[in-house]
Design a protein around this ligand. Structure first.
Ligand SMILES: [Zn+2]
Length: 237
């Protein structure tokens, strides 16, 4: 019942979003049937935010090996080209790669984006915390992030968002806008690391599934708004 209520609210913001179970069935089916990939020989990597709330939302592909964890705060692939290379070297012989990536955003039954009820907490908290912190800082026009060793990921995340500052602050829904901008940043980085590391893969196919994870209440299915599904043939890259 509660799930059905969430379904309506989530689809008000993300009309094409599917719940976690439907997402895995839909895309694993496509990989197997349309692309003839052997599901039993796929290694998965993720580039999603470190937030504990995303652990159940990424295990919905748990029939696959992995995941190799590339993501840090906000979901940016902080493991970089070295991480992509290591992942490439771990793929089963005659298998293929699968990378699931994107930022996340919480939603409440009241329809608030950027917030969620976490396990055994009475009050809502931010989700994604890193992005909502970045949003509050970028709202101050005099603010510039200072890259430092002790808060490296957050500062890099904020720096990556600077070119999108105006677009985010002018957005009808700033929480949604900063999440969408972060998706663009992650998507661009994943593609560029694959290109840079293409000779490290001993297999031909890499499946990408990128989008926005939408966190609902604890215990209920999360949703996923897919923005990119593609099977890259490294021979043609
Ligand atoms: Zn987060």
């Amino acid at each position: 019942m509660l799930q059905r209520k969430f379904d309506k609210i989530v689809k008000g913001y993300f009309p094409k979003a599917m719940d976690a179970k439907d997402t895995s069935i839909h895309y694993l089916g496509k990989m197997q049937i349309e692309h003839k990939l052997d599901i039993s020989r796929i290694l998965m990597a993720t580039s999603v935010c470190s937030d504990d709330i995303n652990v159940p939302s990424t295990t919905f592909f748990n029939v696959l090996f992995g995941p190799f964890i590339m993501g840090g705060l906000g979901g940016l692939p902080f493991a970089g080209q070295t991480g992509m290379t290591a992942f490439a070297h771990h793929i089963p012989d005659d298998g293929s790669a699968f990378i699931f990536y994107g930022p996340h955003i919480g939603i409440t039954l009241e329809g608030d984006l950027g917030k969620m009820y976490r396990p055994r907490q009475e009050q809502t908290g931010n989700s994604c915390g890193a992005l909502m912190l970045a949003l509050s800082r970028l709202g101050d026009s005099s603010y510039t992030p200072v890259i430092n060793d002790d808060d490296y990921q957050q500062m890099k995340l904020e720096e990556s968002l600077l070119p999108y500052r105006e677009q985010i602050l002018d957005g009808e829904n700033k929480e949604k806008a900063i999440t969408e901008a972060t998706y663009e940043i992650i998507d661009e980085k994943i593609h560029s690391y694959i290109k840079a590391c293409k000779n490290e893969f001993h297999v031909d196919k890499i499946t990408l599934l990128g989008g926005i994870i939408i966190n609902t209440d604890y215990g209920l299915d999360d949703y996923f708004d897919a923005k990119n599904f593609e099977v890259i043939d490294l021979k043609n890259l």
